[in-house]
Design a binder for this molecule. Sequence first.
Ligand SMILES: [Zn+2]
Length: 209
Amino acid sequence: MCRPGSPAVGSLLRPPAAQRLAWPRRSLWSFHIAEVRRSPGRVREAREPAVRASSELAMHLAIYAERPDVGAIVHAHPPAATGFAVAGVAMPAGALAELAGVIGHVPIVAFEMPGTVALGRVVADALQTANVVLLANHGAVAVGTTLADATNLMESLEQAARILVTAHILGGVTELGHRDVIALERARIGGVRPRSAGRRTGDAGGPER
Ligand SMILES: [Zn+2]
């Protein structure tokens, strides 16, 4: 789901399920997009085209409200990354250069019922210090300046999760040293930065359930 234009008068767009898996490898056309117009005090789905907005609309709205720097949000249930959310196992930044240098800190938020305001609240709160969040027993959320940024971040998260599982099978994760993690975090470029970026520098992190 992305936010074009001014947050005050903008609309919230979501590709339909049929295209979510293919994008951006294939074309995304205007008729694939559900538009949610927002005016003071109310949110409603557009009737044309007949594509429904995300069932997690409340979560998307909560994130946009708390992160004005975010222009797009991707919510998905990638199997390997979601496995970490189900197991309550953190993805330590020092385990992989991409985790420290691209993805950043990955908090795991406690389970809340999908589609609820409560879920939106905990996810938006966790995104104050991260650009990617794992949802316990549910899935993941990635944010970015553009839809491509958020999508790339989600794909990087899933790739990192697969690598960590492979490393575990092969005998365990050998983490980078503290100085290397800090250097990678400082070299991180592009995309949006959470408001408190750097506060967790060097924090390997533990389950935050
Ligand atoms: Zn979901």
